[in-house]
Design a protein around this ligand. Structure first.
Ligand SMILES: NC(=O)c1ccc[n+]([C@@H]2O[C@H](COP(=O)([O-])OP(=O)(O)OC[C@H]3O[C@@H](n4cnc5c(N)ncnc54)[C@H](OP(=O)(O)O)[C@@H]3O)[C@@H](O)[C@H]2O)c1
Length: 257
């Protein structure tokens, strides 16, 4: 059976990818920082699904650790057919309030790791003539709200570009662009999650099931649910001044004296 590597597999969307890919019979390589949770999930999936599961603990904000994951993707003796670049987090505070170190760490996980791992996997998959890369982005990528949305914008556009580069090679690339999903994401970022109506929330099992169907259908962008399909269509056509988080900024005026 083929092997899938999932980053951020210890919680939320990544854990759900691991569960559903194991249920489809794929062997797994699970990547995240929390070794105990990685071992727990690996044991559960081996027992329940009878698949082989490796754990590869790595902090993807660290260049050397990310390199080790890239080396695993490039290993021709144990080919990885599906890469899910999912690990990520948000930050409550805004760009200028955050320490530069924290901002750089977020960029390393959300952008640099996706770039490095897609490069390793894309080359290996292209040489074999088959494979699937799934990059977990966000509808936030169509907004202009802090570095998180800028990073997710990069992930979506990068995925589209790589899909074009790999067209006809047998390798597909899909950017998954969810809205709000019930995971550990908001609690970890200390962001209140009770301000949005229930209708805006997605559950991870349905999100991942629909994404895997979109991947099989060869879609480059996967947007879940009618609500977020409508919202993303709107965000792509409204004038950019309406998607700026600081208000409807059209041009800067000198401050009043
Ligand atoms: N939840 C949402 O509303 C939402 C919406 C749109 C997009 N997304 C995106 O979906 C992806 C998954 O988020 P989630 O909602 O499932 O969040 P989550 O429940 O908090 O899970 C995040 C996962 O990423 C891992 N991770 C975080 N920092 C890492 C690092 N430095 N190195 C390696 N792994 C790291 C965590 O594992 P460890 O702590 O064990 O390392 C965990 O497994 C992210 O890319 C996020 O931006 C989420």
């Amino acid at each position: 059976m083929t092997t899938a590597l999932v980053t951020g597999a210890t919680a939320g969307i990544g854990k759900e990818f691991a569960i559903q890919l194991a249920a489809r019979g794929h062997d797994l390589v699970l990547v995240a920082r929390d070794v105990e949770r990685l071992e727990e999930l690996a044991a559960e999936l081996r027992g329940q699904r009878g698949v082989q599961v490796e754990i590869l603990p790595a902090d993807l904000s660290d260049a050397a650790a990310t390199r080790r994951v890239a080396d695993r993707l490039a290993d021709e003796n144990a080919p990885v057919e599906i890469l899910v670049n999912n690990a990520g987090f948000g930050m409550k505070k805004s760009f200028l309030v955050n320490d530069l170190e924290a901002e750089e760490g977020m960029l390393d996980v959300l952008v640099r790791a996706v770039l490095v791992l897609s490069h390793a996997a894309g080359r290996a998959m292209k040489a074999r003539g088959h494979g699937q890369i799934i990059n977990v982005s966000s509808v936030a990528g169509w907004l202009a709200s802090g570095t998180y949305s800028a990073a997710k914008s990069w992930v979506t556009v990068f995925s589209e570009g790589l899909a074009g580069e790999l067209a006809g090679s047998g390798v597909t690339v899909t950017a998954l662009c969810p809205g709000f999903v019930r995971t550990e994401f908001h609690a970890r970022a200390k962001i209140r999650d009770d301000a949005f109506p229930d209708a805006m929330w997605l559950d991870a099992p349905t999100l991942v099931r629909d994404c895997l169907a979109d991947v099989e259908a060869g879609k480059v962008i996967s947007v879940p649910s009618v609500t977020y399909k409508a919202l993303s269509t709107l965000l792509k056509v409204v004038p950019r001044r309406f998607v700026r988080s600081g208000g409807v900024v059209t041009r800067h005026r000198p401050p009043a004296r």
